[in-house]
Design a protein around this ligand. Structure first.
Ligand code: SF4
Length: 429
């Protein structure tokens, strides 16, 4: 079968789609470049907000609308949180909840035996480089979460925290590096909670740096209440991206308390400062929720001011939306939609300025970039190679270069700020 994947939501979902793609290819299927070319549409859904759930439903109906013969398989957090509703959507043939996601290929084969390719015993081949997207591979090292933040549906859809072994992750990263991926992103719901026996995230990252040839390694979302200071020493290895994503959610301690987040704004600021002292020129990115129940004007102002002060390289702003089954959904003092809208606009303005200022602060600095594709550059000078630096700044190559740079890791110097990032000159290796 020709299979097309639609991914919604977080990096963890993207990591899962990468892995599912490799398993489908290993089983003898092909990847379709566009939905209209597919015979099977797999959607890794999300339900973190109302909007994400709605987009998941819309995406699930898309394949069947294009071609009624196309099979549709819905998996991920929306499918897990509302399996009956998901199964009843027009055109959905199969729902696979998160706990069975790793057996998706087998479940598809069981549901559609006519689609099993001959010789599909090749399923044992774990990693097959894809024909596209050779710039970055996402590797899931753990899943689930034991916390109960009052706004979050994830513990209900992904279950309790569990981790892969260090050895298993090391082998996957070795295969990906050997398969040509210049960058590997270590991802999960709560990578700070990673544990393999008495080995923690520090031991895992140290093993990946020592035992693999991965050329660039990036960590996703670190918990501010669970930062293992031993990790700081690992940034002496230049292969570890000078980028830390640490979710804030609110810059107001009172709001954080109602969110059931176990830290204060001041503790977050202290840790951010410690990271910046230890990792020169660090890119600190974060998530912020606006309009959480009970958020007063003063609380919002405190959060806005905090985000401004912390000078994040990229704050991701989310509007709070209640998710059934969470404690916050039942709180009586929900914020009016109009108020949320105004606050989000104000927070986005701060976030955009902060991102722009960080990119501007990198002008003149040397960095590494993994080139991805040629795209129109924002300065109107035509199509240029673009990619992300180790600081997570989007750059475009100048001067124009027609060589195929896709998936190449190179040293660059950032030359000038442009909308959405910076221009960069390629430096000799
Ligand atoms: S730590 Fe909180 S926000 Fe993060 S996944 Fe767990 S419950 Fe959700």
């Amino acid at each position: 079968m020709r299979v097309f994947f639609s991914n919604l939501g977080c990096k963890l979902n993207q990591a899962e789609v990468d892995k599912m793609s490799r398993r489908f290819v290993a089983a003898g299927h092909e990847l379709a470049p566009r939905l209209q070319d597919a015979e099977l549409h797999v959607i890794n859904s999300c339900t973190v907000t109302h909007l994400a759930a709605r987009t998941s439903r819309k995406t699930a109906r898309r394949g069947h609308r294009l071609d009624p013969a196309m099979r549709t398989v819905l998996t991920g957090c929306y499918a897990t949180g509302s399996p009956e509703e998901a199964a009843a959507l027009a055109g959905v043939d199969l729902v696979v909840t998160n706990e069975h996601k790793d057996e998706l290929v087998e479940r598809v084969h069981a549901a559609f035996p006519e689609a099993i390719p001959s010789g599909s015993a090749a399923l044992d081949i774990p990693y097959v480089p894809l024909d596209f997207g050779l710039s970055r591979a996402l590797v899931k090292v753990e899943d689930g979460c034991n916390m109960r933040c009052s706004f979050c549906i994830i513990p209900l859809t992904r279950g309790r925290q569990r981790s892969r072994t260090v050895q298993d992750v090391v082998e996957e990263v070795r295969s990906l590096a050997a398969g040509g991926y210049p960058e590997v992103v270590v991802t999960g719901v709560q990578i700070s909670e990673y544990r393999d026996g008495d080995r923690r995230l520090f031991d895992l990252v140290a093993a990946l740096l020592e035992q693999t040839d991965v050329r660039r390694l990036r960590l996703t979302s670190i918990a501010p209440w669970k930062f293992d200071r031993r990790l700081l020493s690992l940034w002496q290895d230049e292969r570890l991206c000078r980028h830390v994503h640490m979710s804030l959610q609110s810059g107001c301690t009172e709001t954080l308390r109602r969110m059931r987040r176990p830290y204060s704004a001041a503790q977050y600021a202290e840790l951010a400062e410690e990271l910046r002292q230890a990792i020169p020129n660090l890119a600190l990115t974060t998530d912020v929720i606006v309009g959480f129940p009970g958020e007063t004007d003063a609380e919002f102002e405190a959060s806005l001011h905090f985000v401004e002060e912390l000078k994040f390289a990229k704050p991701h702003i989310f509007t709070y939306s209640p998710r059934d089954g969470t404690r916050a959904a039942g709180m009586s003092d929900q914020v009016e939609p109009q108020t949320k809208k105004q606050r989000v606009a104000a927070m986005l303005a701060v976030a955009e300025a902060s991102e722009r200022d960080f990119a501007a602060s990198q002008i003149g600095e040397a960095s590494t970039v993994v080139w991805e594709e040629r795209k129109s550059s924002p300065d109107g000078l035509g199509r240029r190679w673009t990619g992300l630096t180790d600081h997570y700044v989007r750059v475009w190559a100048e001067p124009e270069d027609t060589d195929n740079l896709s998936g190449r890791l190179e040293r660059v110097r950032l030359t000038r700020a442009v909308v959405g990032g910076a221009m960069a000159e390629r430096l000799a290796a």
